[in-house]
Write a protein that binds this ligand. Structure first.
Ligand SMILES: [Zn+2]
Ligand SMILES: [Zn+2]
Length: 106
């Protein structure tokens, strides 16, 4: 069985709605508000899911990390913070963790 989740088309314009879409089309998009943010790949491919669809996805697919949807999830420029298990903007990082989640820039 294919272990990787089908990422589907770009649905960033749907805000924080569940990204489940069986036919990968607007007609089959789940209309529920997302409650989980799932990081599918280490490259940063992430998706949003409601409770039942997150449960299905976590049974069927491999993923890197997940957390409860917060106000910054799926927003342009927000960072996935593995330590704090949420998304946030770089200027909100507490100083004691400021270097922990920085990508390598050298
Ligand atoms: Zn859903
Ligand atoms: Zn998030």
């Amino acid at each position: 069985m294919q272990p990787f989740a089908p990422l589907g088309r770009d649905v960033a314009h749907r805000g924080q709605k569940c990204g489940h879409s069986p036919a990968d089309s607007a007609a089959t998009d789940c209309t529920a508000d997302a409650t989980w943010h799932i990081l599918w790949t280490a490259d940063g491919d992430a998706g949003l899911a409601c409770d039942p669809h997150a449960a299905v996805a976590r049974q069927r697919f491999v993923f890197v990390d997940f957390h409860r949807v917060g106000p910054d999830c799926n927003m342009p420029g927000a960072w996935w913070d593995h330590d704090r298990r949420r998304c946030l903007y770089p200027d909100e990082k507490p100083t004691e963790h400021a270097t922990a989640a920085q990508p390598a820039t050298a």
